[in-house]
Write a protein that binds this ligand. Structure first.
Ligand SMILES: [Zn+2]
Ligand SMILES: [Zn+2]
Ligand SMILES: [Zn+2]
Length: 643
């Protein structure tokens, strides 16, 4: 879309980034007459270009705002670039002047190489290449914000990764391998185009450090200071100084032994938050079970809280110098600490402070509420349920839209009312329109996820369904049995109203109300459980591919006592079938105890199929097909004798 805008301008861009400088050898002044007119033209012709672009990218709401923001985005990119070359120039002289050591030489050479790359390199500094490298123009696939890592050695060019990945892979303290070098990330830059004056290096005045408050009860996060969460009224759990990062620097580290090396592969605490307020607009997609909420270009914040101190801990943050971005590692021994301080004082007068690293961006978002009653009540189980459901729907999206795994990401938060909120976002800024398509077609989306998860035999998860190299920290939590029923219900869920405009947060309320309404109707008019069971049994017999299930099979718990009696079961395949679903004994206590029992069954390797009465009556064949899919791929278990 942005390259479309540049094409429309019909200007000549066959110049190098270094041409932006009055003097290529001294970056002090920008030649404003080169890029300022370009930005002016973009601004004045913006509306005209936007309406042309709308014809090309039909039905994409975000076109207008992408084009409108383009002049500013471009201006900021040029400012960031200028800050970077200024710093490299200054540091090159700094390292060339101090006593010549091998280390100082290497540092000076590295800066020379990086400076050349950014200004006169025929490949990298060519203006269109630079713009696509930084992510402002689409590179090979889609436009992505990227963060760079300057390797700090003379013979290796700058590395780039998508920002939401780089925030972890390039984080200070981490090891990175490139071109035969063992590099260690030592510095995080959060200087930026929003800074007041180019020679004032204080990050705190530059708007690149901001204080955020976070509520861990409901996932609220905002740039404000509050004692109580404006959304759920609980005390605010955390306030933190967030350093909004734009690049990293590494240096060669040859002294590291292989034992230390493996210890250097750090796991960082990752958090993701939706920053929008209740005032944001959304499109609501009300279905049975869930009402989803689509938000165009919502604001998101991804944060890296530092090394996991312990499971469930807050992360130990990063001690970074606000002036130069250098990282002072935690737990340095006295001598090493002294050495670090002395080196740092030699080049900078700042004092390190604890920060968390942040990346803020806007993207299309789909909010999927998982109210209490659908998600398990226990917090750890609820988290595992959400990690699994989110990944299942991401692989489902890959299947229906034929997209790459990384194009949609997701995270979850407790919703403050005993349930959870799952948030999906497009990793391509500007938005490809995927999430809105998925919201319109929940049935085929969830159906595709079912196909990917249950068309093969694996106990909890494998690389054919839920696992990938990227989500290895989730592997222990992923268990496809946890979401078997909910995916079926979503695949069969009918819209309860046509999509409409609404407020952010409304979908959660709609979903909770729908479930409550269901229990109320059911309490008032008790459905006959028998009629529903008979309808399912009939469908199984008509289908003529499944054997007769065992009715009222008693399943014993670990201690030998009676745990539960499903309506039907295939004990030798460990399949338990419940027909009440969310139906006739709808009071809270019964529901919770049912959910606990079913969870215990799943933990013991059972597949639990829960059918909502209305779904059985409406589409018994689909329910039979669900039982058949499960039956086909479940191995006969040796523990449980056929009854
Ligand atoms: Zn809250
Ligand atoms: Zn410093
Ligand atoms: Zn699998």
């Amino acid at each position: 879309m942005r390259s479309f805008a540049l094409e429309e301008l019909n200007q000549d861009f066959s110049w190098l980034m270094g041409d932006l400088l009055e003097d290529a050898q001294n970056p002090a002044t920008l030649k404003n007459d080169l890029y300022a007119p370009l930005i002016e033209v973009l601004r004045s012709r913006g509306p005209e270009i936007a309406s042309k672009a709308l014809e090309v990218f039909r039905g994409r709401e975000s076109v207008g705002s992408v084009i409108a923001a383009f002049p500013d985005d471009l201006g900021k990119t040029v400012q960031d670039w200028h800050v970077q070359v200024l710093r490299l120039h200054q540091e090159f002289h700094q390292y060339s002047q101090i006593v010549r050591t091998r280390e100082g030489d290497q540092k000076a050479r590295a800066r020379q190489r990086a400076y050349r790359e950014l200004t006169t390199d025929r490949e990298k500094a060519f203006v269109l290449s630079y713009l696509s490298e930084t992510g402002i123009l689409p590179s090979y696939q889609f436009p992505t914000d990227t963060f760079s890592l300057d390797p700090g050695v003379g013979d290796t060019p700058t590395l780039r990764r998508p920002a939401w990945i780089a925030l972890f892979e390039f984080a200070p303290g981490n090891m990175v391998y490139a071109n035969g070098h063992k590099l260690k990330s030592i510095r995080a830059f959060f200087e930026g185009g929003r800074r007041a004056a180019p020679d004032d290096r204080g990050a705190e005045q530059s708007g690149q450090v901001e204080r955020f408050c976070f509520c861990h009860q409901c996932g609220f996060a905002a740039r404000e200071t509050a004692n109580n969460c404006p959304r759920c009224a609980n005390p605010i759990s955390n306030q933190a100084e967030v350093a909004l990062i734009n690049s990293f620097e590494a240096e060669e580290n040859t002294q590291i032994t292989s034992a230390e090396d493996s210890r250097q592969r750090l796991t960082f605490k990752r958090e993701e938050h939706l920053l929008d307020t209740e005032a944001s607009e959304a499109t609501l997609y009300p279905y049975e079970f869930v009402a989803m909420e689509f938000r165009s270009r919502a604001h998101l914040l991804v944060t890296n809280w530092g090394k996991h101190a312990r499971r469930g801990g807050q992360g130990d943050r990063f001690d970074l110098c606000p002036n130069c971005g250098r990282h002072r590692p935690h737990g340095l021994a006295d001598k090493k600490l002294e050495h670090w301080e002395e080196n740092h004082r030699g080049i900078c007068n700042g004092t390190p402070k604890p920060f968390i690293l942040g990346y803020e961006f806007s993207a299309d978002v789909l909010v999927l509420p998982v109210p209490a009653g659908i998600a398990p009540a226990d917090k750890d189980e609820g988290r595992a349920f959400c990690r699994t459901l989110g990944k299942a729907l991401v692989v489902g999206a890959q299947e229906v839209l034929e997209i790459e795994a990384d194009e949609i990401a997701y995270f979850q938060h407790p919703d403050g009312a005993g349930g959870w909120t799952l948030v999906f976002y497009e990793t391509a800024p500007g938005g490809a329109g995927y999430l809105e398509l998925l919201a319109k077609n929940l049935g085929s989306w969830a159906g595709a996820a079912q196909g990917r998860l249950y068309n093969h035999d694996c106990e909890r998860s494998c690389y054919r369904c839920l696992k990938s190299a990227r989500n290895q920290f989730d592997h222990a939590m992923l268990n496809k049995e946890l979401v078997r029923s909910v995916l079926f219900q979503l695949s069969e869920a009918q819209p309860t109203a046509i999509p409409r405009r609404g407020r952010a947060g409304e979908a959660q309320k709609l979903s909770i109300d729908w479930l409550a309404g269901l229990h109320k109707t059911v309490d008032a008019v008790p459905t006959s459980g028998t009629a529903i069971e008979e309808a399912l049994l009939d469908a199984i017999r008509v289908g003529a591919r499944l054997p007769e299930p065992v009715a009222q099979h008693s399943i014993l718990g670990e201690t030998g006592g009676l745990l539960t009696i499903p309506d039907f079961a295939y004990p030798e395949r460990k399949i338990a079938i419940y027909c009440d679903g969310f139906a006739y004994h709808g009071n809270k206590e019964t529901l919770e105890s049912d959910a606990r029992k079913r969870n215990a069954l799943q933990m013991d390797g059972w597949a639990v199929l829960t059918f909502w009465g209305r779904q059985i009556l409406r589409n018994p064949q689909a329910c039979e097909a669900q039982v058949w899919q499960c039956f086909q791929y479940r191995r006969v278990s040796e523990e449980e004798e056929p009854a």
